[in-house]
Ligand binder design. Structure first.
Ligand code: UDP
Length: 343
């Protein structure tokens, strides 16, 4: 984007995990960033890092409600809108399912209308959850998914599917220039330790000296992408000249079982970790891995952070943020040697 002096990039959900990394990268690129966040699931301390940049502004607001006047006042100067506003961890998005659904549907509609009024380009962060418990593996974008519309994950899965529908309708009707990213499991620094996702849970449990809670038998798979790779893809997608509007999978193709993730973390901390098994949540997908051919072809992008390297950085960050607060044993030492594997 050519950065005009008075133009804004609006990041809804900019105080959250991926959003705060995105805001920082945009600021480093010289963009002026207006962050809109309701602080429902974000870490408020993520804002401390961002507020050091003079080109950063924070507005507290919920996209499922009318957009705050501080945002609407800037309508004519907004050039880019990234929508990352939604609780994304199963236990947090299920805590208030109606709000999750409305955030995705009503909130996305409000931001699309803002894009229409301002002429800004709009990027929706959708999710691998639109594929549900997939029958096709790995998941390409043309796969229509296997989603329950009545289960506990539906507020998020179906909410994101409806948000995609709105985005594509705005595009088809020429009302907005839209991009849709389907983000697969992402991890890294600045996650909330209590957000309930597997990487943050396991690292938090290691730091507290507690057994790692494997849901089910640990044979379900996921493919984890380091957050800086995800952010790189989002910016490429926003800035690319695309021949057509199409969803694009953003994720890492390195697939592993949850039991293998436990082993990888055990290797990193250099000790056996204890595990305890808990019930598998309802509708928990049995496997997930992105087909990223489209991202490779259209964005010249693929992840560059190998899992072990990303986990080491994430562990080190959690240890320095939370280790001091741990009442249990001291944080295990993270082995310093560089990772040898790639992705
Ligand atoms: N999981 C687990 N232990 C935990 C948290 C999650 O075994 O403490 C499992 C969960 O059942 C799922 C996978 O790890 O199969 C990824 O869960 P997460 O909540 O991180 O994201 P999801 O991909 O399910 O949205």
């Amino acid at each position: 984007m050519t950065t005009e002096p008075d133009s804004w990039t609006l990041v809804a959900g900019g105080a959250g995990f991926i959003g705060s990394h995105l805001c920082r990268t945009l600021l480093e690129r010289g963009e002026r960033v207006l962050c809109l966040d309701n602080l429902q699931t974000s870490r408020v301390s993520n804002l401390d890092i961002l507020e050091r940049y003079p080109a950063f502004r924070f507005v507290k607001g919920d996209i499922s409600h009318p957009l705050p006047v501080e945002v609407m006042r800037q309508t004519r100067s907004i050039r880019r809108i990234y929508n990352l506003a939604c609780a994304a961890s199963p236990n947090l998005y299920q805590a208030d399912p109606e709000h999750t659904m409305l955030t995705n549907v009503v909130g996305t509609d409000r931001l699309l209308r803002l894009a229409e009024q301002s002429g800004a380009r709009f990027l929706l962060t959708s999710t691998s959850e639109v594929y549900g418990d997939p029958d096709i593996h790995p998941q390409p974008e043309h796969y229509r998914g296997n989603v329950s519309c009545t289960g506990p994950r539906a507020c998020y899965d179906e909410g994101k599917r409806a948000a995609e529908t709105l985005a594509f309708d705005f595009a088809r009707m020429g009302r907005a220039d839209v991009r849709v990213a389907r983000i697969f499991n992402t991890y890294g620094p600045q996650m909330r330790i209590d957000d309930g996702r597997v990487v943050s849970n396991f690292i938090g449990q290691i730091l507290e000296g507690e057994p790692l809670t494997i849901y089910g038998d640990g044979s379900q798979t996921r493919s984890f992408c380091y957050v800086e790779d995800t952010v790189d893809a989002l910016i490429r997608l926003m800035e690319a000249d695309l021949p057509e509007v199409t969803p694009i999978n953003i994720g890492n193709q390195h697939e592993l079982t949850i039991a293998e993730l436990v082993e990888a973390l055990g290797d990193i901390v250099g000790e056996e970790v204890e595990v305890v098994h808990r019930a598998l949540p309802t509708d928990d997908p049995t496997r997930r891995r992105p087909d990223i051919s489209r991202a490779r072809a259209m964005l010249a992008w693929e992840p560059t952070t190998p899992l072990v390297a990303g986990l080491r950085k994430t562990f080190a960050w959690f240890a320095s943020e939370h280790g001091a607060r741990s009442h249990a044993r001291p944080a295990p030492r993270v082995h310093a040697e560089p990772a040898r594997s790639r992705i």
